[in-house]
Design a protein around this ligand. Sequence first.
Ligand SMILES: NC(=O)C1=CN([C@@H]2O[C@H](COP(=O)(O)OP(=O)(O)OC[C@H]3O[C@@H](n4cnc5c(N)ncnc54)[C@H](O)[C@@H]3O)[C@@H](O)[C@H]2O)C=CC1
Ligand SMILES: O=C(CO)COP(=O)(O)O
Length: 336
Amino acid sequence: MTCRVAVYGAGSWGTAFSLVLADAGCEVTLWGRRAELVDAINSTGSNPDYLPQVKFPAQVRATTNPAEAARGADIAVFAVSAQKVRPLLEQWRPLWEPRTVLLSLMKGAELGTGLLMSEVIAETTGARPDRIAVVSGPNLSAEVVDRMPAASVVACADESTAAVVQTACHTSYFRPYTNTDVVGCELGGVVKNVIALAVGVTDGMGLGDNTKASLMTRGLAEATRLGVAMGADPMTLGGLAGMGDLVATCSSKLSRNHSFGARLGRGLTVEEAQAATTQTAEGVASCRAVQELAERHGVEMPITHAVVDMVHNGREPQDVVRELMSRAATSESVGR
Ligand SMILES: NC(=O)C1=CN([C@@H]2O[C@H](COP(=O)(O)OP(=O)(O)OC[C@H]3O[C@@H](n4cnc5c(N)ncnc54)[C@H](O)[C@@H]3O)[C@@H](O)[C@H]2O)C=CC1
Ligand SMILES: O=C(CO)COP(=O)(O)O
């Protein structure tokens, strides 16, 4: 039977993931908030504002009506900015049938609560963990829509739910693995955005590949430490949703987080970097939520602190790098 999917958010990843779902044989209804964009998608089969190179197959239709998207949906997918999703979920919760799987594509933690997106979905909808899933991995949307091979992870506490989502998005170019470690997969996606900001800064400053590799490796150590404190399996952070996504995001000029950091590293102010960023760079807000989580769990995350200092406390990149490097010398095994 054909899987029916509602995708909420017609930005970059909602657009790219709709293509994946359609290529995998699903019927997709893509919700967007702007009528002119929805009309353009329905009349031209492409999204002129995000990834206009995509040519949707006929089984992708767009709507501004969240209830229309929800009707008969086996899976409801959320691909809006992490800080904006709570009120939408609160408003829309009656729309989905009790059997509908609620799937987050978002890689952010909520400011103020420190909640991961699966937790925001659980809190707002009351859905049980066996109905809530996430997709996370090295999946830069511009490469996905060019159908370049990529792997990813579908995480859900319930393996059979994860398998349903896996089937719904498995194509010749998109290979999802399942995992029951939801916290580990989500946290990998959240923290890599913060580390990509840091790497972007040092790239923008003209620093080298040793710097980049050092930040990525110690960034992975931060994600793993926090993950373990929050109940994740450390092996998850070494997998696609952790190291895999860290490598993709920190190495790619397609990354919005990396690009934001690079602007700071080249000397733009935070306001100027923000003005130049037209799409969601989740790490900018989430770095503070990650810092709060680190404090709550008593975990040391110096790179995350450095990013918060540059993005929110007006610190100069040069000073922050100097400070990071001159911390007391320690053993690599500390805090593992
Ligand atoms: N673009 C990518 O390559 C990937 C993005 N992600 C994650 O997917 C999530 C969405 O990111 P993108 O699609 O890339 O961002 P985007 O900036 O391209 O699109 C965001 C979408 O959210 C909508 N939106 C923003 N505020 C809203 C509000 N208050 N109400 C309703 N809709 C609102 C915008 O209209 C837009 O359609 C993020 O958490 C990101 O980390 C995950 C994997 C890959
Ligand atoms: O999550 C992503 C790739 O996996 C996209 O990264 P950016 O949000 O930094 O563009």
